[in-house]
Write a protein that binds this ligand. Structure first.
Ligand code: NAP
Length: 307
């Protein structure tokens, strides 16, 4: 199947292009970007033009930041194309609901991807937790924004999510592995005085069976980077490390120790299934937690962020 990549920026180049090139299901047939191109692939600068010129391309994969994404997604659905959305699937929940409804009416597939859910040990963690009694779960997602988001001004603007841009990845894993639903009960957002979005966040969650669930996201982490979820149950302690690539139960490594890999190939496999059988895969639980954090958490102004 032919796919067009829209928005040739960091994630398109780092992950989407190699995942498509190695996929047995997909062929990269066109790109749309004001600046980026891929060698040997037809390049457009205007999305509407590409949709008209290439009716043979039935699927588009949107790798834009969240704010411009809705208009592109709606244009694609109205042109009868299947749509794959980078995370977060929109700038607001209402946009995501509107896209799902429009896709349903148009009879096209739409996929709100959550790449971190495809990390190697996430499904094993879900299986392990499925019959355990949770006492406590702590998310620690601390990384250096200068290292991972160089020059990305949009993350500090309204809709850019700030530290929730990586934080939502952790929440996509938590909502996948926990058998019970959680919701935000309070927290603190630290917002640099020259920015619109938080550089750090501390959240507490309500758990229906009384477990103590909390998350810390921080973009000011230098040196060692931490993407960890620790779940203490009555039956033992599970730790998911390196963004879900590794899993330990009571200190014992489960599975092979391998760097994070395979997330994007799995997303494109799932998109192929959705296109073949028609389908809407729009799990908005991670996004709901983030929206609720913005609604409910206290705000504190902190030192300006200078890149
Ligand atoms: P990026 O490199 O800053 O931007 C991606 C591309 O979007 C840019 O190259 C730009 O393409 C286009 N773009 C930006 N603003 C636009 C606008 N207003 N209108 C039209 N096009 C615009 O961002 P990224 O890191 O790839 O992230 C894109 C999405 O992927 C985000 O939602 C992010 O959360 C997600 N993601 C990123 C990472 C990561 O490690 N960076 C990992 C996983 C997921 P042109 O200027 O060439 O047109």
């Amino acid at each position: 199947m032919k796919v067009a990549l829209i928005g040739i920026g960091k994630i398109a180049l780092d992950q989407h292009v190699p995942a498509i090139q190695h996929s047995p299901d997909w062929e990269l047939a066109a790109t749309v970007s004001r600046n980026g191109t891929i060698d040997g692939v037809e390049a457009f600068t205007d999305f509407a033009e590409m949709l008209t010129a290439r009716p043979d391309i039935r699927t588009v994969s949107l790798c834009l930041p969240p704010v411009p994404r809705f208009d592109y997604a709606m244009m694609a659905i109205r042109a009868g194309r299947h749509v794959m959305l980078e995370k977060p699937p929109g700038a607001t929940l209402a946009e995501c609901h509107a896209l799902a409804e429009a896709a349903r009416e148009a009879g096209v597939a739409i996929y709100a991807t959550w790449h971190s859910r495809q990390a190697d040990m996430v499904s094993a963690a879900k299986r392990w937790l499925s019959d355990k009694t949770l006492r406590r779960l702590n998310v620690t997602w601390k990384e250096d924004v200068r290292r991972w988001h160089p020059g990305q001004g949009w993350i500090w603007e309204p809709g850019g999510l700030g530290v929730f841009d990586p934080g939502i990845n952790a929440l996509s894993i938590v909502t996948e592995i926990l058998p019970d639903p959680i919701h935000v009960s309070g927290g603190l957002l630290e917002v640099p005085e020259n920015c619109q979005t938080p550089i750090a966040a501390n959240l507490r969650f309500h758990h229906p069976k009384g477990a103590n669930v909390a998350a810390v996201f921080d973009w000011r982490q230098e040196g060692e980077q931490t993407w960890e979820i620790e779940a203490e149950t009555e039956e033992g302690i599970l730790r998911l490390l390196d963004g879900g690539a590794r899993m330990l139960v009571d200190g014992v490594e489960k599975g092979e120790v391998a760097p994070l890999a395979g997330e994007y190939p799995r997303l494109y496999e799932q998109m192929a299934r959705l296109v073949e059988h028609g389908g809407i895969d729009m799990d908005l639980r991670p996004m709901t937690l983030v929206a609720d954090a913005f609604t409910l958490a206290r705000r504190e102004t902190v030192a300006p962020f200078i890149e």
